[in-house]
Design a protein around this ligand. Structure first.
Ligand code: ZN
Length: 194
């Protein structure tokens, strides 16, 4: 880990910060987000968690990870709603951030400037390897960016692509968990993507 939680606790006392956790599907982004948020809860900080209302794959009111390690969260329709709903939060987690609108970096900056520690998790690339939604801009303004890697199911090397198993060009698919597998660069390219 590039920065310890202790470092960020001291930083937040000075004026807030933005952390980005990104990677492919099955890379453990949400697990890492939850790990950091649980440590903040143990430290008795006021934690609020948000996700886009469009992400309703499993549970309306919880961040649910692939290993069922859930933490309660609030679905919101757009990023500016986070500002309205987070008045006295000291730590704010945002999951599936790639699905939010382009105002999200501004929202995160506003919160960090108020002294809030903002931790954002999301896909860095879509299935075609293109930077996804507001994540690139968030990576640019963040104090810390952690790229987590999955394991390539073809060869076992570290994977950072989400390979789509079904022939559909829509950027977002329903039931997406079953429709993808993590692949390394060479295994991703081997089947004709890009
Ligand atoms: Zn591979």
């Amino acid at each position: 880990m590039l920065f310890s939680d202790e470092v960020f606790k001291r930083k937040s006392e000075l004026g807030g910060s933005i952390e980005v956790i990104c990677g492919s599907m099955f890379s453990g982004k949400t697990e890492e987000l939850i790990r950091r948020l649980r440590r903040a809860q143990i430290a008795k900080l006021h934690v609020e968690i948000f996700k886009p209302a469009t992400d309703t794959r499993y549970d309306e009111n919880a961040i649910v990870t692939h290993n069922q390690n859930a933490i309660s969260s609030t679905p919101v329709d757009n990023s500016s709603a986070i500002l309205l709903l987070s008045s006295d939060a000291q730590v704010i987690g945002i999951d599936e951030a790639q699905f939010f609108d382009t105002e999200l970096p501004h929202v995160c900056n506003t919160l960090a400037n108020r002294g809030v520690r903002v931790i954002v998790a999301g896909l860095d690339m879509d299935f075609q390897g293109r930077p996804f939604g507001p994540i690139p801009a968030l990576m640019a303004i963040a104090e810390s960016v952690t790229k987590v890697q999955a394991v390539c199911v073809q060869c076992g090397n570290p994977a950072h692509y989400s390979y789509r198993l079904v022939p559909d060009n829509a950027r977002v698919l329903l039931g997406e968990k079953e429709s993808y597998e993590p692949r390394c660069r060479s295994c991703y390219l081997a089947d004709g993507h890009i």
